[in-house]
Design a binder for this molecule. Structure first.
Ligand code: 5AD
Ligand code: FES
Length: 350
């Protein structure tokens, strides 16, 4: 069965579980080889760049794993002004970025009116750019308003598709049902949607990972962002160990095989647990990188997890750094908007 990993869409839950758990390096190598073949068939050697602007670390939620949760009194909070956000875009545009990702905690200072004002100004100034929002759970009306202002993409990781596990990672005010509602609302409005989860988060079992894959098969998102869980000392999970490189890479490969068309980032978290993490992520099937465009002065404060890379002075130019890394891994950065390439109808989940 493992000789024909490209038929993975027909694997049973038990078979998926087996390839996730199988010890040794051989299976990981086979998965990465098959995933890279599928990725090249669909996207060649192209890697898309998204300029990430982390514009607020205020958050009303208290997710147990996250360093910017409201309960972390040690977090130094910041908000970028509209002018600062526009400066990031200007710098990014000059560096060749054609997608801006505005990411932040769930910060009620940024009302719908303020978000729409920022989005529409970016949209007017940079007509040829895609605007992605990643600002958490909102009402369908809010999502609709942002869409009309010019946002076309939205990232909202589901975090885990299993109710019991979701409850272990989040306080009772948050629910998996609402998270899923948000994702379906976003799709219905017409956004290109990104979902995803952490690998080896506390209490995660292989069954949970299988459930994540099954949920994604139903949702059919355009983007799937995953990265290892990473310990943060000022969270409830300070004593839990970070996720591994091996498991995260296996999951990237499995995702590529199940979702040939998907945009899959080699995430900052993956680069944080291993110096070559992002390069290895690309080789395992990822096709997106998200260099940090936030002002260097705030980068350390967007402190989701420990030892996050790209937060020092030397990281002012993630664009150049990543270009070299992508090249070194055997791929090519393209500056196009990089919209999703959907397979012909019915083939999306081959
Ligand atoms: N380790 C890894 N990823 C984390 N995130 C939040 N906290 C952590 C952590 N400790 C991820 C979540 C969230 C995304 C923005 O960052 O999956 O959706
Ligand atoms: Fe940020 Fe390398 S990508 S410093």
């Amino acid at each position: 069965m493992y000789e024909n990993l490209e038929n993975i869409a027909d694997f049973s839950d038990r078979e998926l579980k087996e390839i996730m758990e199988m010890p040794g390096e051989e299976i990981a190598f086979k998965l990465a080889t098959a995933a890279d073949r599928v990725r090249r068939e669909n996207y060649g050697d192209e890697v898309y760049v998204r300029g990430l602007i982390e514009f607020t670390n205020f958050c009303k939620n208290n997710c147990y794993y996250c360093g910017i949760r409201c309960g972390n009194s040690h977090a130094e909070r910041y908000r970028l002004t509209k002018e600062q956000i526009l400066e990031c875009c200007e710098e990014g545009y000059g560096l060749g970025f054609r997608t801006f990702v505005l990411q932040g905690g769930e910060d009620s200072y940024f009302t719908d009116e303020i978000i729409c004002d920022i989005v529409s100004e970016i949209h007017e100034k940079y007509e040829d750019c895609a605007i992605t929002l990643s600002i958490g759970e909102k009402t369908k009306e809010s999502y609709q308003a942002y869409f009309e202002a010019g946002a076309q993409r939205y990232l909202l990781r589901h975090e885990t598709a299993t109710e019991d596990h979701y409850k272990k990672l989040h306080p009772s005010q948050m629910s998996l049902a609402n998270r899923k509602r948000c994702l379906y609302d976003l799709k219905e409005i017409g956004y290109q949607v990104g979902a995803g989860f952490m690998v080896e988060s506390p209490y995660q079992t292989t069954e949970h990972l299988v459930a994540d894959l099954r949920f994604l098969q139903k949702l059919e998102p355009d983007m799937i962002g995953i990265g290892p869980f990473i310990t943060h000392g000022q969270t409830s999970f300070a004593k839990y160990k970070s996720g591994s490189l091996d498991k995260t890479l296996r999951m990237i490969s499995i995702l590529r095989l199940l979702f040939p068309y998907a945009l899959i980032p080699a995430t900052t978290a993956l680069g944080t647990i291993h110096p070559q993490g992002r390069e290895l992520g690309l080789k395992a099937g990822a096709n997106v990188v998200m260099p940090n465009l936030s002002p260097v002065s705030v980068r350390k404060k967007y402190d989701l997890y420990e030892n996050k890379i790209c937060t020092g002075e030397e990281a002012a130019q993630c664009r150049g750094c990543l270009e070299q890394r992508v090249k070194g891994a055997g791929y090519r950065i393209v500056t196009a908007r990089g919209d999703v390439r959907r397979a012909p109808h019915g083939k999306a989940n081959r």
